[in-house]
Design a protein around this ligand. Sequence first.
Ligand code: ATP
Ligand code: MG
Length: 267
Amino acid sequence: MPPVDHGESLRTVTATRYVAPLREGGSLPGLVEADDLGMYVLKFRGAGQGVKALVAEVIVGELARRLGLRVPEIVLADLDPRLSKAEPDEEIQDLLDASGGLNLGFDYLPGSFDFNPRVRDPGADLAARLLWLDALVLNVDRTWRNPNLLLWHREVWLIDHGASLYFHHRWGPDWVPAAEYRYDISDHVMLPAAGSIADADAALRPLVTEDLLREVLALVPDEWLAADPAFASADQVRAAYLAYFARRLDQAATWVPALEETRAARV
Ligand SMILES: Nc1ncnc2c1ncn2[C@@H]1O[C@H](COP(=O)(O)OP(=O)(O)OP(=O)(O)O)[C@@H](O)[C@H]1O
Ligand SMILES: [Mg+2]
């Protein structure tokens, strides 16, 4: 896989063929071929989770990548709804019909497995960093039941961040981020393997600068942000995410020790 360019925009491809649905996946992601002959896991804008799940995927996935974690390349995938004509399955037809325009694609990692920390030790440092990141973005989808981590070429890859930043489903311009969200890690897949989360905090927090966050937020297509009826413009929505991160990072001295307490109780 070529290294991902940390450029100012995500690459855009055009979907040319719906290959197959993925076996799991609540949002009916599908394997799709694109005009660059690459294979992508497509998350459709017309899926029940809505476009905000795609926004969360971009923000959290690209933030994770910039913090040194492995994330499959994320692309914007333009889709012609006429692709549904070749599709015999009615549910998939409906999904494609509802998903004309920009969708989100993830470089498909062929031969990857669901990562299981009981089978393979991820390393105390990686495990702690992942806990820290998930607590920062309030990712509720990294549990034993649904780890959303893939093992590929002996490395751990992060997928499926659509359920992060869940407050954006009920916010608005006058919304002030809560001082401290409690983030429960007791079912987090990385808890048994994790080393010091305070160390992870010391290593990662200085990296999440305002500039870095602005760079990441700029990658989200304007039209997805502007679709939020609570705000007047895409940039207002970006400012609201920025305000969340500023506040959350500022409150790390409350939520990091809480995570450490849970970890200590377990050991
Ligand atoms: N980049 C990828 N390469 C290979 N397989 C992938 C990739 N992304 C996802 N998958 C596979 O597809 C499954 C569903 O993907 P994902 O978890 O992102 O979708 P989802 O609809 O949000 O799922 P759910 O809500 O059920 O967790 C994953 O569990 C994994 O097996
Ligand atoms: Mg998943």
